[in-house]
Design a protein around this ligand. Structure first.
Ligand code: PLP
Length: 427
């Protein structure tokens, strides 16, 4: 469910016309729907309510502090993967004891910062990190609570670049050696191993990997307890998929059905780290056509959003629905299926101005005839969109706007040319 819909052949976000936003704030523009954002968080809260989990919004998915603040106000904690994300979480009103911290390469500076912040849980990913953390904790004079992140060695589930629980990726502790690592800190006064963590990858469109993961997790929790570690937290990470093509995603209840029985059996507190599921369908990227051209037997729509604004298509071969903000009468208001031939359309590549052949939002897409100045919407762009944006080709980053009913608010101003060079001038 989302709150982007057409009224009289004009796309609206909640009660605001997207054209009005584009005219007001310029393009490319990220537009977020507050109602959609909160709806998806509450869907997870309701599905998992029987075990009263700690739901930690994944800051890396979309770290805008206004969105993070809405998450905190709605009862979420935060999942961070760097010192910078921890800073965002705190700035947005997050509190240490509702923050969990993952990542394979936490530096001493970051470990220190997180200890000072009083984070609830370090998701530790290597033996080296475990002992570095113990040393920093000793220096600070405060013990660290740890969940060991296991790589549960499951079959491939997603794109090779986003699968984090197959053998041979850098994430987590190998399931075959995690118990040996855990044994090295039994009784250590500086690191308290109180949990087990796994994050399987993303986006996951089946509940089966969670069933398989939790089954392996339950065995490990028993073994860790036998070693003397008082395991009381099970962190199942994030990864719940969303609708990118059509209605392919599972409801939160489907994941809960696999996860809840295992959690109850373990007697652990459940932590979840959803990102994409909450914010993915709550955002669109709005762009304006600059030119169209025919070349080499192909039709190109050159518009002002590029790979620096949304890198997922070229990085992950990912599919985003794209449609006109004000579709002409010759085409459906909104296609039921974007991957089949659509009456009144022609096939086009949707590309940006960046100097790379890999700069595209979509290839061979069925779109209505578009003209210079027409607006396009790229849907399901709220997650890993703005968060992965860059200044490549010295393109100022896009603006972000939040819609709430018939109100809209700028939550990140468009960058200027001066912003591009400011850190270089300040040295
Ligand atoms: C990226 C990440 C998440 C969030 O994944 P989503 O697919 O956006 O839900 C959660 N936990 C960890 C450790 C991550 O790295």
């Amino acid at each position: 469910m989302d709150h982007f819909h057409y009224r009289d052949r004009s796309l609206f976000c909640e009660d605001v016309a997207v054209r009005e936003l584009a005219d007001n704030y310029g393009t490319p523009l990220y537009v977020y729907s507050k109602a959609t954002l909160l709806h998806h968080l509450s869907e997870i809260q309701r599905a998992f309510a029987p075990v009263q989990p700690l739901i930690c919004y994944s800051v890396k998915t979309n770290g805008n502090i206004h969105l993070c603040r809405l998450m905190a106000q709605a009862g979420a904690g935060f999942d961070v993967t760097s010192g910078g994300e921890l800073y965002r979480a705190i700035t947005a009103g997050g509190v240490g004891d509702r923050i969990v911290y993952a990542g394979v390469g936490k530096t001493n500076v970051e470990l220190r910062y997180a200890l000072d912040t009083g984070v609830f849980l370090f998701n530790v990913e290597s033996e080296g990190e475990l002992h570095a953390l113990a040393a920093v904790a000793q220096k600070v004079g405060r013990p660290a609570s740890v969940a060991l992140r296991v790589n549960p060695d499951l079959p491939p589930k997603t794109h090779t670049k986003t699968d984090t629980s197959v053998k041979g990726v850098k994430f987590g502790l190998d399931i075959d050696t995690i118990l040996d690592v855990a044994r090295t800190v039994v009784g250590n006064p500086h690191v308290h191993v109180i949990g087990l963590h796994m994050h399987l990858g993303s986006p996951i469109l089946s509940a089966e990997p969670y069933r398989a993961g939790i089954e392996k997790g339950l065995v490990l929790i028993e073994r860790l307890r036998e070693q003397g570690h008082p395991i009381r937290v099970l962190n199942m990470g994030g990864g719940f998929g969303i609708h990118y093509r059509k209605q392919e995603a599972l409801p939160a209840t489907a994941f809960a059905a696999e996860i809840l029985p295992g959690v109850q059996k373990s007697g652990c507190k459940l932590v979840l780290e959803p990102g994409r599921f909450i914010v993915g369908n709550a955002g669109i990227l709005v762009s304006r056509v600059i030119y169209t051209k025919d070349s080499g037997g192909k039709h190109f729509i050159i518009q002002d959003a590029a790979m620096n604004d949304l890198i997922r298509p070229t990085l992950y071969d990912s599919f985003h629905r794209i449609w006109a903000v004000e579709p002409p009468a010759s085409v459906p208001v909104q296609p039921a299926d974007y991957e089949v031939e659509i009456p009144g359309t022609r096939k086009a590549d949707v590309v940006g101005p960046v100097c790379e052949s890999g700069d595209f939002l979509a290839k061979d897409r069925h779109l209505p005839a578009l003209m210079r100045g027409d607006l396009l919407a790229t849907f399901s762009a709220g997650a890993y969109g703005m968060a992965m944006s860059s200044n490549y080709n010295s393109r100022p980053r896009a603006a972000e706007v939040l819609v709430d009913g018939n109100k809209h608010q700028l939550i990140r101003r468009r960058e200027t040319y001066a912003d591009l060079v400011r850190p270089e001038i300040e040295v």
